[in-house]
Design a protein around this ligand. Structure first.
Ligand SMILES: [Fe+2]
Ligand SMILES: [Fe+2]
Length: 283
């Protein structure tokens, strides 16, 4: 008991986090797919550390931003589990979702360290700053949050796909490319789950579900990044690299999602869907 009390707080967290994360990576067989992947584990990024080009440094900034957004997992999960406690299907999904998402920040953080783009101290400072400002739910409606998750997961997959392309353009980085590909697959799978969930709500009550869809999709922004002190600069960098922006959101998230749901644009009341779309990635 004494030890666990002393372990609480930022100092205790710094002592406990590294060995606990290592233990997590060693748990199970074949579960830690990303970190165990040989390409990721063995590959040396070609443009790491002090020899990095400006392009690869910009890409690393975005990797760090996406890692930061993924690091808000405890906040995402706490809200999601609380909301879904009465639904076995949803609660069990979130249990698995939380496991899969937990790998994302760890894998991105691993790459930042192994590539020499960031130091242990830098990452510890980043984590410390993140947890000063908990993430707040963007919507109070359960259906709106399901709809929000549906577009956010697809947008996150898009973020990882486009960052992968930027990495390829700056000379290639097998470890980062493989990592981003695996993350995008996870995010797309999460999107598919939430899409099916929204379809069920539409079948049950189309009009009220459409109302929540409008709330979630017409003023969409990705989670958490604006909570960071330098969130605006991070978003600007993501837009500058054309990884995610209003137009990409509209073309590659908004319209395809409506089509998959069988929802007409007129049912979204033709509001401008791109007004608040902003860049980032996670969960
Ligand atoms: Fe996800
Ligand atoms: Fe994620």
């Amino acid at each position: 008991m004494e030890a666990s009390v002393k372990a609480c707080g930022p100092h205790g967290e710094r002592l406990l986090a590294p060995p606990l994360l290592t233990a997590l990576q060693q748990t199970g067989s074949g579960l830690w797919r990303i970190s165990r992947d040989a390409t990721i584990r063995n590959s040396k990024p070609p443009c790491g550390g002090c020899t990095a080009t400006s392009s690869s440094r910009r890409n690393a900034d975005v990797v760090e931003s996406f890692c930061a957004v993924e690091l808000y997992l405890p906040d995402y999960l706490a809200h999601a589990v609380h909301r879904s406690r009465a639904s076995r299907g949803e609660a069990w999904f979130y249990a698995n979702w939380g496991y899969e998402e937990s790998k994302h920040s760890l894998a991105l953080g691993d790459w930042l360290l192994r590539s020499g783009m960031r130091t242990e101290e830098h990452m510890a400072d980043l984590e410390g700053r993140l947890f000063e400002h908990p993430w707040q739910l963007p919507h109070d409606s359960h259906v709106a949050m399901i709809a929000y998750a549906m577009v956010q997961e697809r947008a996150t997959a898009l973020n990882y796909r486009n960052l992968r392309r930027r990495a390829q353009e700056c000379g290639g980085d097998p470890a980062l490319e493989k990592l981003l590909m695996l993350l995008a697959v996870d995010e797309q799978a999460h999107h598919s789950f939430f899409l099916k969930y929204v379809q069920l709500y539409l079948e049950q009550d189309r009009q009220s579900t459409l109302e929540q869809l409008r709330r979630a999709m017409n003023a969409f922004s990705m989670p958490a990044i604006y909570a960071l002190a330098d969130g605006r600069q991070r978003v600007a960098r993501i837009k500058e690299l054309e990884i995610f922006n209003d137009e990409l959101y509209y073309r590659e998230v908004y319209l395809p999602v409506l089509e998959s749901l069988g929802v007409q644009r007129s049912e979204m009341r033709n509001r401008l869907p791109i007004r608040k779309a902003a860049a980032t990635g996670s969960a």
